[in-house]
Design a protein around this ligand. Sequence first.
Ligand code: HXC
Ligand code: NAP
Length: 282
Amino acid sequence: MSTAAQMQAKAAATTPAARPPMLHAGALEGRVAIVTGGGTGLGRGMAETFAALGARVVIASRKLEVLQRTAEALSGEGREVVPFVADVRNRASVAALVEFTAERFGGIDILVNNAAGNFVVESAAMSPNAWNTVIDIVLNGTWNCTQAVGKHMIDAGRKGAILNIVATYAMTGNPMTVHSAAAKAGVLALTKSLSIEWGRHGIRLNAIAPGPINGTGAADKLWADPTIERRMRENISVGRFGEPEEVADLASYLVSDYAGFVTGACFVQDGGLWLRRPTLFD
Ligand code: HXC
Ligand code: NAP
């Protein structure tokens, strides 16, 4: 069997089957969560798991139809997932999201900054607006939501957990996605800085740096090219891409009381990809 075929067989053998969430039922009972970019990909996976664990969840992004479809699919049987249109780049829009969530559910306990924009582009050819667009969504958007929700938590005297979704190239850098790498590095610095500043308010901030995950916008946009996809797969020590449910399990732990002693940390969840140090997308 060829190396590629062996990898495929190994991947098929080790991909986790559908299974219940890692935490016990009710682990997030009574919690109110905002997940930005919660209509698709990893955000949708986290919203689903949080709701299954008892949280009431507001999913926020630009496209109402996508949000509505997801909210409908994830709600029911006691689960509540509510759509809200917001552009994280716009501070008035973010303020409206915070106000809506606090009024509807009486407060906010959890924020996941998951919304992102990204594309593969040669740096020398990138336009100023292309750079600004990704920095604006990823870094400024994370800051806008974090400041608005953090201030709400502080004013309400309410403890909270903020989780930022980054990428391992925040630590290593990466060609062809320099805008995203720079923005994610900024988000990581923000995570660590505020974990120190807001610890006294009972607010914990952590990050997850996922590797390539199946069924997400990143998969469509970044490794639709089979050559790039194969190179990534061959460098993943566990022999397969990740699943949204796996990120959702780690996320649910980090925003739960079980992680009460964890703050300012970044968890790499990438099947070992980053340790081999391959550059991606070039
Ligand atoms: C070069 C590009 C480009 C491309 C857009 N631009 N795509 N430049 N190559 N492929 C430029 C445009 O020409 C424009 O500049 C500027 O970027 C803004 O583009 P718009 O289309 O006007 O922006 P907007 O409508 O705001 O959409 C934002 C977006 C879009 C980022 C461009 O793709 C989007 O909405 N993405 C959201 C979903 C997403 O990206 N998910 C993937 C996350 S994956 P000019 O100069 O022409 O005006 C991820 C994984 C990381 O982050 C780690 C993986 C391991
Ligand atoms: P995705 O499916 O493309 O989701 C991105 C979401 O962000 C979309 O739902 C989009 O919704 C929303 N969004 C984009 N711009 C926005 C804005 N200005 N305001 C509000 N919402 C906005 O992406 P994904 O692959 O699941 O990635 C999710 C997160 O994980 C990102 O932070 C990404 O960098 C990170 N990550 C992913 C992978 C992976 O393998 N998937 C690996 C490493 C890191 P609208 O279009 O409706 O606005």
